[in-house]
Write a protein that binds this ligand. Sequence first.
Ligand SMILES: [Zn+2]
Length: 321
Amino acid sequence: MLLIGPGGVGKTAFAEQLAALLLCESAAANSNACGKCDPCRWLAAGNHPDFRRVAPDDDAEAEPGTSEKSAEKGKKRSAGIIRIDQIRELESFVFVGSHRNGNRVVLLTEADAMNQAAANALLKILEEPPASVYFILIATRSKSLLPTIRSRCRVVSFGAPDAAAASDWLLNAGLEKQAKRYLGLAGGAPMRVAQWKEQGQLAPIDALVDSLISPPADPGLLAAKWDALLKGDGLFRMENLVEGVQRWLFDLTQERMAGELRFHTGWPRPKGIENLDPKALLSAWRDLNQFRRSARHPLNQLLFLESLAAHYLRALRPVAA
Ligand SMILES: [Zn+2]
């Protein structure tokens, strides 16, 4: 099965529940995995012998089931890629019998991160699928998957839920009512908003927007505000900040030219938008691509931020009368 869709709409949660159901030994008909039997508990603990999770090595989040990887650190790694040896390790798993009820499950959480060699190795396995082994592949970009792999899968498309369902989900997940304002920034994906909350990103996002709504006139002061956000407790990095500024500029441009917002629906709007110069906004938005390219490794963080702040403030100059 291949689950395709944008991030944050529940593909991984769905895949994990499906895997649990396939491995559970006391699930009632038409229900989810029981969560209590031995296999369910092994799966939750990340040591079910009939389950394999394959993800790129430098996955920022340590997932249960991937702890065995740390044992082989020191090997050369390619960033963000599923390598052929990760797929080859599956061969011994899928072609040997199961330990328990017969079902085995392989979950590839970022199937579009396989390099060519890994994809070909997986294709070989999929061409002669061993009995009772279930492959669940997750991808956000279907184009980067081999068509031959796609054609061997049952494809299930995931889209972002409608706005009402998404904000209901946020409420149920324990977020405050106002949290729906983050949905625009998250591309409509509620689970991404929940993830931001977990990672302590919501407060810096709020503070960033505040600083953009009413920035100090001095780029040095604005840069110092941003610098403090990057040094906070949340997982808020330079690339998040630059992206945030760029999206803000995008919305200012859109609002000025078409009266529409894409990312910041439900946020307070700055005063005097009608005086801003759409051309200056547009070109500042475009120039931010250069900042994005070097955001991960700026030579000097504070200088980088000052330059970004100066850039932003210049874009806000009113149209010359
Ligand atoms: Zn169970």
